[in-house]
Design a binder for this molecule. Sequence first.
Ligand code: HPA
Length: 244
Amino acid sequence: MEVKIAVIGGTGVYNPDIMTNVRNETVNTPYGEVQLKIGHYRGKPVAFMNRHGDDHSVPPHLVNYRANIAALKKLGVKTILATGAVGSLNPAMQPGHFVFVDQFLDFTKNRHNTFFDGGVAGVVHTDVTDPYCPELREILCRAARSLGLTAHPSGTYVCTEGPRFETAAEIKMFRLLGGDLVGMTGVPEASLAREGEMCYATIAMVTNYAAGISPTRLTHREVVDVMMQNVENIRKLIMQAIAW
Ligand code: HPA
């Protein structure tokens, strides 16, 4: 059976208890090998991929985004639900809130960001006026509402190269440019999904106020702690969205 839905997440998002017939799968792509899990939820096959690898060992700037998206395309995936921790630049978007982002600003520096490198794939310029799937965002909004979770229906995601956090001046600049949130993994994942003609949306989970906005220094521990406190909500949100 073709796998039409995929979840790209981090630690904790994948819960084997709610899936049946789970199997590990290795998918070979022109960009490298990808490990993922395929299980069933309410009779629907769903692929689960940890973008940082099974043991969470790959940092954001070294994730093989092309292999990950190519693997999902090869499985026949049409819809991708991605999750990601973000810092907030917008006082209305508080730690613990979810944001179904509708735009991104790309400040990455050193990533393979396209399938269209010339050669066999050719030279293609993909439209990304609306990089995130509006239908899927609407489903996520409905799911959040039905679960009583605080969620924002839109927002602009700034993607930095990482792995360091930002300077206070960078955050001030991103705010002036219209950014609401900052993270390290959303791009080129979103644009590659678009190149692959898949419907893609991100569940951005606010874990902290960004550098210079927060009165305290940001630590990785803080980000992980808030993520872990909210992981049950992310799981519920994903499962509710998949059920629809
Ligand atoms: N900056 C970049 N990436 C992040 C942050 C942040 O403040 N929080 C979670 N991921």
